[in-house]
Design a protein around this ligand. Sequence first.
Ligand code: NAD
Ligand code: UDP
Length: 309
Amino acid sequence: MKKALVTGGAGFLGSNLCGRLIRDGLFVICVDNLYTGSKANIDHLMNDPHFMFIEHDVREPLEIGADYIYNLACPASPPHYQKDPIMTAKTSLFGALNMLELARANNARILQSSTSEVYGEPLIHPQTEDYRGNVNPIGIRSCYDEGKRMAESLFFDYHRQYDLDIRVIRIFNTYGPYMNPEDGRVVSNFIVQALKGEDITIYGDGTQTRSFCYVDDLIEGMVRMMNSEDFYGPVNLGNPGEFTVAELAQKVIELTGSESKLVYKDLPGDDPTKRRPDISLAKEKLGWEPEIQLDEGLQRTVEYFKSVI
Ligand code: NAD
Ligand code: UDP
């Protein structure tokens, strides 16, 4: 039985991925320090004979056998990754380095979950993989953005220098079940606020855009990328449907029938004004594109949050 190691496996994407890989017939080793993830996310997997949890911080080296490594460990929500930015940068950098060394020791294939944040405040729209980005190297988001850029750089150097079998995906805003209600990202914030009848917090004037991908679609793309041959990436994975933050708030209010009011708060520093993936490469190389559009994905996510809050 092939073994897949998932770092950050107790987080939002990681817990969804662990379940999927077990269903695909792999033995899954979930590695997490529970910084933003939780055991509740993997509770349903704990008794599965094909699942193992190891509490470990990827800033430290790890010795264990694995055929595939999915490197997801890193806080992803701006308030969480900005709380201790030096820890975020170390997680991205040392985590990537330690997992690349582990892949080398095992002759394993390793996938890095990079991000649309490598494009920063994009000057081309939609973003293609050959766009080199417009990142502020000294701003409050740079611990995350530059950490992820450095990790990509390390992945490609391990590939060139050691012929390591790498895969790099750039994930655009993804949402769905197993997001932490306290996560702080926009979809979970708006749904939780709407369900609790609290004010819905729009940062800035709400005209900034994002492209929201439902988690099942994203995980499908991630697994296809891991299983692809002779294609290393980077490849954008996301849903090209683009919405303003104000439109998202409106949709959430309609779907939940909430009486919450919209309130406007300061826009955080360096918040990108727009973001939308060009997914031509993913379509061509992986035969992948999202199937679940925003209304349906939000409905499923609302049902999830109703069951946990
Ligand atoms: P998340 O915060 O829910 O999950 C991150 C997980 O990593 C958590 O379980 C956390 O405890 C763990 N972790 C953090 N630091 C660690 C460390 N030093 N050692 C071990 N574990 C550690 O976030 P997510 O949305 O599931 O993101 C997963 C990955 O996908 C991240 O690498 C993120 O950068 C990337 N990503 C996500 C999105 C998205 O929209 N969800 C977009 C772009 C990139
Ligand atoms: N946002 C918002 N209200 C919130 C949380 C976020 O208006 O309660 C905005 C945020 O300023 C950004 C967008 O929603 O413009 C997406 O934010 P998120 O933190 O989800 O992801 P990222 O900025 O990393 O894409």
